[in-house]
Design a protein around this ligand. Structure first.
Ligand code: SF4
Ligand code: SF4
Length: 503
């Protein structure tokens, strides 16, 4: 019998007439696809189509194709389904995968169109008029208290009902990605970019490496169920603290970073022994009710000198009620992570079949908080496959204050979305701890690329605001009248609070 029924998914072709026989493809591949025997010899079965070799081949003589006849065509028993059955018949285990959900569910953002001004309401030229993208993360006051300033006027009373907010130069932050799941150089790139762009990066559940201390005013420190790296110093260093309850790519699932990725530095940052698996349980074992959550929120505020505390949840069916409870528990922001969110590793069945789209979650949470009169008690952060500035604008029009980008930032750093992060051998040096691979990301270069992305999207947001005839991003928030849907059913339109195009 053959050892496996699984055929190589890709074919690596080399035009040997053009090949320089330089061996660069052998060096560049993190998955060991190539042997070198007078010329490069590819082993198709190891190829992940990450395109590192294609990009770096000086002769441009490598092509990677789908293996067309590895699986006969069948609409019902698709190739991925047959491959999964064969893999599980061979291993008896849960299939792991990474990055976001690739299934062809409808993408609601692509069925929403933004409005524009024409004759009666003039549009604004963003090249000539100021456009305000600044936004504030945190609880807004119900009313402010003022006191006489002694000169016939008034000034804000001490504290004055204001909560501590974080100023963001543009309504974008980086999604939580832990040190361990990504390399330190990726964390440094994001931290430096956050500082340059006036926004925030997020440690994820991996703790804060001391190399990031200079950027701490631009870092959200996460407290997840594993409590990795959490201590008083960690809490005090962050600009804000985030309690991670759930993640869009794997709602209801904990985390697992294999011992091989826990090198000396990851171990000291996470405060766990070197070489041991880092397991974060699915639930927090001290949160079984909204009251428990409230206790933790206030314990973290107390421990950190009353920094803003947010709560991250995966978007699931009853998300509006959950969000209401979280806001009432005292969270300064609620982070909604849709079912297309990225991940370093997750069971494929969970990633591809659990959760709901972020577009729906943002709309119903914003609506519910407004109906309950508590919308200004917390900001909403939307995440889970924000792919462009248009997605940012649409998420904000649906009710978000801020969006978080993860996969887009990694793509800026070279990720080709080959969905193999869980192997720890990322050829692009992103989701790996192997020193020969991590050095492929130079933090200065990475920060430049990610900052460019944020600046480019910010310029485009200004263009969108100008077309809409508004001059501040705050004016777009929850402004669903400025959206129209195309190709969505009546019920989805009602849930989104959006009219169909033509109305
Ligand atoms: S990198 Fe390109 S040119 Fe160099 S050995 Fe590989 S295939 Fe040949
Ligand atoms: S981070 Fe690396 S391994 Fe993960 S999808 Fe991107 S290129 Fe592939």
């Amino acid at each position: 019998m053959p050892a496996t029924f699984i055929q190589p998914e890709f074919r690596v072709k080399i035009d040997y007439d053009k090949c320089h026989k330089c061996g660069r493809c052998v060096q560049q591949c993190g998955w060991g696809v190539y042997d070198f025997n007078e010329r490069p010899v590819p082993h198709d079965e190891k190829c992940r189509a990450c395109h590192r070799c294609v990009t770096f081949c000086p002769a441009h003589c490598i092509t990677i194709e789908r293996n067309p006849l590895a699986y006969r065509e069948n609409d019902n028993w698709s190739a991925p389904l047959r491959k999964a059955v064969w893999k599980q018949a061979e291993t008896g285990g849960v299939l792991l995968t990474s990055m976001g959900n690739p299934q062809p569910y409808p993408r609601i953002f692509d069925h929403l169109l933004l409005d524009a001004c024409q004759v009666t309401n003039p549009s604004i030229d963003p090249l000539r008029e100021p456009m305000e993208l600044r936004t504030y993360l945190g609880r807004k006051p119900d009313a402010v208290q003022v006191e006489p300033d002694g000169a016939g006027g008034y000034r804000l009373a001490e504290d004055g009902g204001m909560s501590r907010n974080i100023e963001l130069a543009t309504p974008i932050v980086f999604s939580p990605m832990s040190y361990g799941s990504v390399s330190l150089n990726v964390h440094k790139s994001l931290a430096m970019a956050a500082e340059r762009c006036g926004i925030l990066m997020n440690t994820g559940e991996g703790g804060l490496h001391e190399d990031l201390y200079p950027y701490q005013d631009h870092v959200i420190v996460q407290v997840a169920s594993g409590r990795f790296g959490v201590g008083p110093d960690y809490l005090k260093r962050g600009a804000a603290i985030e309690i991670k309850i759930g993640q869009g790519a794997k709602p209801g699932i904990g985390g697992h970073l294999p011992g091989e990725k826990i090198n000396k530095e990851v171990s000291s940052t996470r405060m766990i022994p070197q070489g041991t698996d880092a397991i974060s349980p699915a639930p927090h074992h001290d949160i079984y009710s909204i009251e428990d959550l409230r206790q933790l929120i206030y314990a973290l505020k107390e421990a950190s000198g009353y920094k803003p505390v947010g709560v991250k949840i995966a978007a699931v069916h009853n998300v509006a009620a959950i969000a209401s409870g979280i806001v009432r528990a005292g969270a300064d922001y609620i982070y909604l992570d849709g079912f297309r969110g990225g991940t370093g590793a997750a069971p494929a069945v969970i990633r591809d079949h659990v959760g709901i789209p972020v577009e729906i979650a943002v709309a119903v949470v914003d609506q519910r908080l407004r109906e309950e009169g508590i919308r200004n008690h917390a900001s909403i952060v939307a995440a889970g496959s924000i792919r462009s500035s248009a997605d940012v604008a649409k998420a904000i029009a649906l009710g978000a204050d801020v969006v978080a980008i993860g996969t887009a930032a990694l793509i800026a750093l070279g990720c080709h979305v080959c969905q193999s992060c869980h192997t720890g051998s990322c050829s692009w040096g992103i989701t790996t701890q192997k020193p020969e691979l991590t050095r492929r990301i130079d933090p200065e270069w990475g920060a430049e690329r990610v900052s460019n992305l944020v600046h480019a999207w910010s310029h485009e947001l200004q263009e969108i605001l100008g077309a809409l005839g508004v001059n501040a991003i705050e004016s777009l928030r929850g402004s669903r009248e400025r959206l129209r849907s195309i190709g969505l059913d009546e019920q989805t339109n009602r849930i989104l609070g959006v009219k169909p195009a033509g109305m």
